[in-house]
Design a binder for this molecule. Structure first.
Ligand SMILES: Cc1cc2nc3c(=O)[nH]c(=O)nc-3n(C[C@H](O)[C@H](O)[C@H](O)COP(=O)(O)O)c2cc1C
Length: 219
């Protein structure tokens, strides 16, 4: 199976320090997935690699052949993935605006009927809990339902070094066990959803709306 790990920070400047704390957390998640699920394909999607236009124009707003190639490529990756990990900092008690903006560029039909896992972090003591609450609603609307367990990393700068390895004094096994609860749920649901998608095509059973969300309205 194939999993995409989205990293939702595009900050390069300081303060606060360190910038892009999320790189450490995303690298740790990638390492944990690779160690525990070596047979699955895991790819990082770094929001910083997708400099988007200031005026919002999502992938689905372009005529099919005219969408920018990086958006086309990412749409294809999202469609072909079996599940998603969303790594988000907490900004003003909310999920990362950069992650929301990137995800908003793609229609929910690409994400739907697959599971997702929420990973939040912060430099402070709450580990991005409040970002996670909003992220749950956001991902549910995209149709990639978040699994019940979540990963929160408080004071992430004290836990992980730049490459995602743990800092001296931290117990990597204990952290990966904690990560594993969420990632195991993700992989379990992804396997179940994939097997069932192969039997029943959800997009035929539940039609995606084509032009306007009102197509889903009550009569
Ligand atoms: C605009 C902004 C808002 C922030 N809001 C919060 C917050 O609400 N809660 C929190 O715990 N940390 C907050 N922080 C601190 C972040 O946890 C810290 O800067 C972290 O490094 C952000 O992740 P990043 O470096 O990967 O972007 C905020 C930081 C910024 C830049």
């Amino acid at each position: 199976m194939k999993f995409l790990v989205f990293l939702g920070t595009v900050r390069e400047s300081t303060p606060p320090r360190p910038a892009r704390l999320g790189v450490r957390v995303a690298n740790a998640v990638l390492e944990c997935l690779k160690q525990r699920y070596p047979d699955h394909d895991v790819e990082l999607v770094d929001a910083l690699d997708y400099p988007l236009e200031a005026v919002f124009k999502p992938h689905f707003a372009y005529p099919k052949s005219r969408a920018p190639s990086d958006l086309n490529l990412l749409a294809e990756k999202i469609e072909n993935a079996d599940g998603y990990v969303m790594v988000s900092p907490e900004y003003n008690h909310s999920m990362s605006p950069a992650l929301a903006n990137l995800l908003n560029h793609f229609g929910s039909s690409l994400f739907s009927y697959k599971p997702s896992a929420i990973v939040t972090y912060s430099a402070g003591q709450w580990g991005g809990m409040r970002a996670a609450v909003g992220l749950r609603t956001f991902l549910s609307e995209l149709g990639c339902l978040p699994v019940s367990a979540m990963i929160h990393v408080p004071r992430a700068q004290e836990v992980f070094a730049a490459e995602g390895t743990v800092q001296a004094g931290e117990d990597q096994e204990a952290w990966f066990d904690y990560f594993g609860r969420t990632l195991n749920q993700l992989v379990w649901w992804a396997e179940a959803a994939r097997a069932h998608r192969e039997q029943v095509d959800p997009h035929k059973l539940v039609r995606d709306f084509k032009t306007d969300p009102s197509e889903r309205n009550a009569p």
